[in-house]
Design a protein around this ligand. Structure first.
Ligand code: HEM
Length: 460
């Protein structure tokens, strides 16, 4: 009763409210079991706009074209992406990291000339990892690609020292403790994190700080500052107090590595899996790779111009992301706003979260439920699929918070697939393959492990 009175007060006119036998908790449990299935079911029962209380969080869910348009158009000081992200990730991530992390940094690290320069790093790091694979074997796709991408990340966001044997494994071990991925799917893990006061996570940050401090010491002693992001970040956060420099440097390195890993490795994994599920798609990519090689030479994947010409690979990544997206788009209302959902303009008070779930909208028609890279032309979606509004499908987001790393991610996909297909043949996955419905946030892993057999085509 009280909860309903409260919700009525928060949003006017009163939207449909999801009822559950157990106030707060009942809907929360159903939501945490499978956010995608739960919200899809609630949409069937309550329509395109409704309010649900998930463990006390008031989620105002929107799925209508007008509601989605308003969601992506909302101004940061009215409905905040930053505060919503803080609340969502703050369960797991030690708060000091948020206090030092600077979102503008991503835009500096992803300037076009830097993005073009990273392809050399991608190419080198991917080649190094693939050289370690045997002449034949099996890979657990999501785990293998995740580790590969972490190693690429250590090179790109730090420097050569972080990729050395013995060092990258130590970084990986501590970064894995901080991983957000399981925070929502495993209530037990979340409970451990909360009851321990994030003890393991804080210890992992301390260990990463020590490792980063070791690199700083070595570079300072040798006065050896190569032109990489470690040097860039060191100078950006340098202050009179070496402890403050080290803290800010480490926290921003952690943030960069986590942002880098959050969607991309699963998107790369799906791109590979989809090649094996749809042989015609693999043939088209192989043909594009052969053309690109003929035009730009053997090591075309280290050239931005060559990568820009690979439009079919872009279609593959976009389609793979569209189908496996499990991101929740979340904004926290900071001051009273008017919010247009098409049928009503709602007055929403601070504290409510406005949200949509990409997995509920991205595959909502029979045509959209079908995998077809020709749903895109390069990175552009076929306009016939979004006649009701561009916001009705999302891969890299819309509006002011749309992903700044889209081109960067396409580069990584092109470099990885070019080398994988040049060096290896892969078998097809066994059985049905579908994205996990339990995952919330980011491009999902598959609902079960996907193991692919491989055979090396030629020795390096
Ligand atoms: C296939 C890979 C990726 C996908 C599908 C993806 C998807 C998205 C989406 C949907 C958003 C918007 C979130 C919202 O509106 O609430 C977003 C934002 C963002 N992404 Fe990505 N992302 C990918 C890769 C990356 C990578 C590799 C990085 C970092 C290197 C990155 C950094 C960011 C940042 C910093 C934002 C927030 C931008 C802002 O608020 O101004 N993303 N991403």
């Amino acid at each position: 009763m009280n909860a309903n009175r409260d919700q009525k007060y928060l949003i006017q006119p009163k939207p449909p409210i999801v009822h559950d036998e157990l106030a707060h908790i009942g809907a929360g449990l159903r939501f945490s079991q499978s956010p995608t299935n739960f919200l899809a079911q609630m949409r069937k029962e309550y329509g395109d706009t409704f309010l649900v209380d998930v463990f006390g969080y008031k989620l105002f869910c929107v799925f209508s074209p007008a509601g989605l348009k308003s969601l992506y158009a909302a101004a940061e000081d009215e409905a905040s992406f930053g505060m919503a992200t803080f609340d969502m990730l703050g369960f797991k991530t030690p708060l000091d990291i948020f206090l030092d992390a600077d979102i503008d940094l991503f835009y500096e690290l992803l300037l076009p000339q830097k993005v073009a320069a990273y392809v050399e790093d991608f190419s080198g790091a991917v080649a190094e990892v693939l050289a370690e694979w045997g002449s034949a074997g099996q890979i657990n796709v999501f785990d293998e690609i995740r580790t590969l991408e972490q190693r690429v990340g250590f090179r790109v966001w730090m420097g050569e020292e972080a990729t050395r044997d013995g060092v990258w494994q130590a970084f990986k071990m501590h970064f894995d403790v901080l991983s957000q991925e399981n925070a929502f799917v495993s209530p037990q893990q979340t409970l451990d994190t909360l009851t321990s006061g994030k003890a393991k996570e804080k210890q992992a940050v301390a260990e990463i700080t020590t490792l980063v401090g070791g690199i700083v010491k070595r570079r300072e002693a040798a006065d050896d500052w190569p032109e990489d992001n470690f040097t860039f970040l060191y100078h950006r956060f340098r202050s009179d107090d070496p402890q403050v420099t080290l803290r800010k440097l480490t926290h921003n390195i952690i943030n960069a590595n986590q942002g880098f890993l959050s969607n991309l490795y699963a998107a790369l994994s799906w791109s590979l899996i989809n090649l094996k599920q749809y042989p015609a798609t693999q043939q088209r990519l192989e043909a594009e790779l052969a053309d690109t090689r003929a035009t730009f030479g053997e090591h075309f994947y280290a050239s931005q111009a060559a990568l820009d010409s690979m439009r079919f690979c872009e279609q593959l990544l976009m389609e793979s992301v569209r189908m496996a997206q499990r991101s929740i788009t979340l904004r926290k209302v900071m001051r009273e706003i008017q919010f247009d959902c098409g049928d009503h303009v709602y007055t929403i008070r601070p504290g409510v979260y406005i949200t949509t779930m990409l997995s509920v909208i991205n595959t909502q028609t029979p045509e959209l439920a079908r995998f077809d890279p020709d749903h895109y032309q390069g990175r552009r979606i076929d306009p016939r699929l979004i006649v009701e509004g561009k916001e009705t499908i999302s891969t890299f987001g819309h509006g002011s918070h749309a992903c700044p790393a889209q081109k960067f991610s396409h580069n990584m996909c092109k470099v990885l697939l070019a080398q994988l297909l040049e060096k290896f043949e892969f078998g097809a996955p066994e059985g049905a393959v579908e994205p996990s419905s339990a995952q919330m946030g980011g491009v999902a892993r598959a609902s079960a492990d996907i193991v692919l057999g491989y055979r090396r085509k030629k020795q390096d």
